[in-house]
Design a protein around this ligand. Structure first.
Ligand code: PLP
Length: 486
């Protein structure tokens, strides 16, 4: 489709390389060229309207082109677009830091900016590592980290070293540093055969065992609180995070919370860690920080950590890390306006009934017989589709069931993005009840159609009966690989 005489789709296919995308598929199939956004909707060059069901990769909060955010960015453009943060500061970056500290857990008083979720985590890793080096004595042995099975912390090498999604991370294994992988709750396929209502977070024992054995060499534990997003919206039972925090304190280990996906209201509170009154040593933020407008990330930490980096210049205790666009004034101005909007629009208060509405709407999805599990943490939802509900047998990857659902939803005017066989719903927090209803209706209809069509497909296209689910045996195997980035 040509627009202003230009065929953007063809040009894209000639020059671009998209993230997490098999480019042969991309080039072989029709693609949407997005031109405009308004509220929860995106519009393509053909004038079609789509509900943004995943908040443009989990980032948008108040809707596209919210006038307050647009005004803040515009005004900032009339003042300063960028100046370096190395040796200088700037007005919006200072204002934002004050606002962030005001809403963050009380012990977090320092803000270090970067550009994206991966770097927010990298900064925390490097700060923690350097902190312990500078402490010296017995702490100088601390050189590694504990993260969790199925974790996703981004795509830079440090973040990948902590990752646990084999599909993304396995190939880079020779490049990665050592870390220990503890078991993250997977209540749908609990390898311990427990029920979340009565398990008393049994699975945290795996973390305890690793900690007991290796704590003298561990700088920090890195964890996604409440829900592991990219893993397929795996929700952790209440108590899991609190137990981790307690154990970290007992063993002189930092707690790094990766709230890149969960912060800014996503789970119903400003930060997910508030729900268990957990106060981390580091908090990694990105995505919703700027309301989904501009790339910005922040790593928040404590006075204790900050203080350990103070000294004479020649002591070389400075944190030697930074990016060209650190503290970018446009992004900081947008983020400050984003935080103001939470107050002026009562975003979190208005969210509560929407979360309840979403929960009620999702209950209907159990009528679809290929829905194996429905996981919800506030406005983060994963609907896991299975070939067989009773045995929890997954669809094989070749069926691309998630992708098929997404294509169907697109035909019906909704943008979704799956995580394998998990259909993700993560709309902007500003979505209305009516828009939420249409998101639910389209998702329901799309799952129904895609699963029925797959059943009707000829035998050659039918799923094989290979069971890919994780079992106690696979956990055993994973545990054996601990320390080698399994
Ligand atoms: C929990 C978590 N951490 C880190 C990242 C990486 O963020 P970015 O894509 O901005 O680098 C993501 C992205 O989805 C995430 O979900």
């Amino acid at each position: 489709m040509k627009r202003h005489g230009i065929d953007y789709e063809a040009l894209d296919k000639t020059h671009l390389w998209h993230p997490f995308t098999q480019m042969r598929d991309w080039m072989d199939s029709p693609q949407l060229v997005i031109e405009r956004g308004q509220g929860v909707y995106l519009f393509d060059t053909k004038g079609n309207r789509y509900l943004d069901g995943v908040s443009s990769l989990w980032a948008n909060i108040h809707g596209h082109r919210h006038p307050v955010l647009t005004r803040a960015i515009r005004w900032q453009l009339t003042q300063l677009e960028h100046s370096t943060f190395l040796g200088l500061t700037n007005v919006p970056a200072v204002e934002l830091a004050e606002k962030l500290v005001a809403v963050a857990p009380r012990n977090l008083t320092r803000v270090f900016y970067s550009d994206n979720g991966s770097t927010a985590v990298e900064v925390a890793l490097k700060m923690s590592f350097q902190f312990w080096r500078q402490k010296g004595k017995e702490f100088a042995r601390k050189k590694t980290f504990i993260s969790f099975t199925n974790a996703y912390h981004g795509d830079t090498i440090g973040s990948v070293s902590l990752g646990g999604v084999d599909l993304f991370h396995q190939i880079f294994k020779p490049l990665l540093f050592k870390s220990y992988k503890a078991f993250y709750p997977d209540c749908y396929r609990c390898p311990f055969g427990k029920q979340p209502t009565s398990c008393e977070v049994y699975c945290v024992k795996d973390f305890e065992a690793i900690l007991k054995e290796h704590h003298p060499e561990v700088c920090a534990v890195v964890v996604e609180p409440a829900v592991q997003g990219a893993a397929g919206m795996l929700t952790a039972p209440r108590g899991f995070l609190k137990r981790i925090e307690t154990l970290c304190h007992e063993h002189h280990i930092h707690l790094i919370l990766d709230e890149v996906a969960t912060a800014f209201g996503r789970t119903g509170t400003m930060f997910a860690c508030e729900q268990e009154q957990v106060t981390p040593d580091f908090l990694a933020l990105a995505k919703g920080l700027s309301g989904g407008t501009l790339p910005l990330a922040a790593t928040l930490t404590t006075h204790e950590v900050f203080e350990a980096f103070l000294g004479e210049y020649a002591d070389f205790k400075s944190f030697f890390h930074g990016h060209t666009y650190t503290g970018n004034p446009l992004a900081c101005a947008a983020a400050a306006a984003n935080l103001d909007l939470f107050k002026s629009e009562k975003t979190l208060q208005k969210l509560k009934p929407k979360i309840a509405y979403l929960r009620r709407g999702l209950a209907d999805f159990w009528q679809l017989r290929h829905v194996g599990d429905i996981r919800q943490a506030g406005f983060m939802v994963g609907i896991e589709l299975v070939k067989d509900r009773d045995s929890k047998t997954p669809y094989p990857a070749k069926d691309r069931i998630g992708h098929t659902v997404v294509l169907e939803a697109r035909r019906r005017g909704v943008i979704l993005r799956p995580l394998g066989n998990v259909v993700v719903l993560m709309p902007p927090l500003s979505i209305s009840h009516a828009e939420l209803k249409s998101l639910l209706d389209v998702t329901y209809g799309s799952i129904e159609k895609a699963t029925q069509e797959l059943e009707r497909a000829p035998a050659s296209r039918r799923p094989s009966s290979v069971y890919n689910g994780r079992t106690a045996a696979s956990l055993q195997k994973q545990r054996k690989n601990i320390g080698s980035n399994s």
